[in-house]
Design a protein around this ligand. Structure first.
Ligand code: PLP
Length: 420
């Protein structure tokens, strides 16, 4: 029989259904027939693949014995910790020591560990993981082992022109929460690509300090690498901030390596969590990541290949949407250059995100229903009215898949409107 937390973790989630769609669209020989616009896989950018292939091959030939044939430190391998300390000193002038850094098998696990450490029943009562602004990464929702342990603050919505909009952080709404155990935000965000600006970041940091809780900034898409979305506010060091970085979206999702930077009181707890759960992250990819951080390849490939790739892909998607979508329909795309996704809002009563998903799946096309990116959206009619009218399209698909996928989306929207 499953425990209460077991039942929560074994249950369905947005992330689980995305992973199942990934499996379905890659499982058989007819995989090519699926148009998968749902995955968070990084695009295959040739320069990035080449960088990782070389770094992994070098690590295999030179570090195999040290890295793969014995256990290593739970905090992360010495070579990567030193590379991180050095890289952030060069890049931002940060003065870090090894006790400010912890490595994990991907940022998902680091965020999960932080969620377990800082939310749940404790000396100050029941503390929650608070997402300061939903929609945010659907994978956060499985991070809390307690039912109701994660909550999201709905955004303010600003319409822009005929087909644009943006979310605005509702600081007042966030400040009203008295149960914050940790704040968790992706910046630039999944699904919108929106990065926190200086004012947002300062306000969130001040709130974290006032409540004496960590603010975890998940920079899977951010600065200094892989810069998949536009970032105007570079990260800063603060006692209450935990920064999380990952090699995944720079092209190495399968090898599971990421790291967090923060004050030792948070980082030590995370390192212990790694010991208790996974022992440590895989060491060959740690050696490869250390290499590309040290030799400048990661910065070069980010600047010359990854950032331009996604900027161009976003422009292409915007153009395809403008051509394919019915002009008299109230469809809107969240603003911002770059990002791995298009986040779309169809503001009509006949639209339903799950119905769109179902109809597209019949045509062997995957997108992600918007509601997965909000926490418990159906509990509030106002939020449900927005969340169920959104969906996410991934930009990492090949150009012809994106083109045909968007054509199919527009076709299904016309069909749904005609039947209403
Ligand atoms: N954080 C965000 C915002 C993501 O979108 C993803 C993956 O889609 C992850 C974390 C997971 O990253 P990793 O592969 O580093 O665990």
């Amino acid at each position: 029989e499953l425990s209460l937390s077991g039942a929560k973790m074994a249950g369905a989630s947005g992330l689980r259904s995305i992973m199942e769609d990934v499996a379905a669209s890659t499982a058989d020989a007819s995989a090519g027939e699926w148009l998968n616009l749902s995955v968070g896989n990084p695009a295959s950018v040739p320069e990035a693949s080449e960088m990782w292939r070389t770094a992994l091959a070098d690590a295999l030939s030179e570090d195999f014995g040290r890295a793969s044939c014995r256990y290593g430190p739970s905090r992360g391998s010495q070579v990567l910790i030193e590379a991180v300390v050095d890289y952030f000193r060069r890049t931002y002038g940060w003065r870090l020591g090894p006790d400010n850094v912890v490595v994990g098998p991907g940022s998902q696990m680091l965020c999960f560990a932080a969620a377990a450490l800082f939310a749940g029943p404790g000396a100050r009562g029941e503390r929650k993981i608070v997402l300061p602004m939903v929609p945010d990464y659907t994978g956060y929702q499985g991070m809390c082992m307690h039912a109701g342990g994660i909550v999201g603050v709905p955004p303010l919505i600003e319409r822009q022109g005929d087909h644009g909009f943006r979310y605005v952080l509702d600081l007042e709404g966030l400040s009203r929460r008295s149960d914050i155990g940790m704040m968790l935000v992706s910046s630039p965000g999944n699904p919108t690509g929106r990065a926190l600006d200086r004012a947002d970041l300062d306000a969130l940091t001040a709130l974290a300090a006032e409540r004496d809780v960590p603010l975890l900034l998940d920079q899977a898409y951010g600065s200094p690498f892989p810069r998949i979305a536009e970032v105007r506010t570079e990260p800063v060091l603060h006692d209450h901030l935990i920064h999380c970085f990952s090699a995944s979206k720079a092209g190495l999702p399968g090898e599971r390596v990421g790291f967090a930077i923060g004050s030792p009181r948070y980082v030590d707890a995370l390192a212990s969590f790694m010991s208790n759960s996974v022992l440590h992250a895989p060491q060959l990819p740690q050696a490869a990541l250390a290499r590309v951080m040290r030799n400048g390849r990661l910065d070069d490939v980010t600047r010359e290949a990854i950032t331009p790739y996604y900027r161009e892909k976003k422009c292409l998607a915007a153009k395809l949407l403008a051509e394919a979508m019915p002009p008299d329909m109230d469809w809107r795309m969240h603003s911002g250059a770059g990002g791995m996704f298009c986040w779309l809002w169809v503001d009509h009563p006949w639209f339903d995100d799950v119905e769109l998903y179902r109809r597209l799946k019949e045509r062997r096309v995957f997108v992600v229903p918007g509601r997965h990116f909000f926490v418990d959206p159906l509990s509030s009619p106002a939020l449900a009215g927005h969340a169920t009218r959104c969906f996410r399209v991934s930009l990492s698909a090949e150009e012809q898949v994106l083109t045909e996928g968007i054509r199919q989306v527009a076709g299904v929207l016309r069909e749904m409107r005609a039947e209403a």
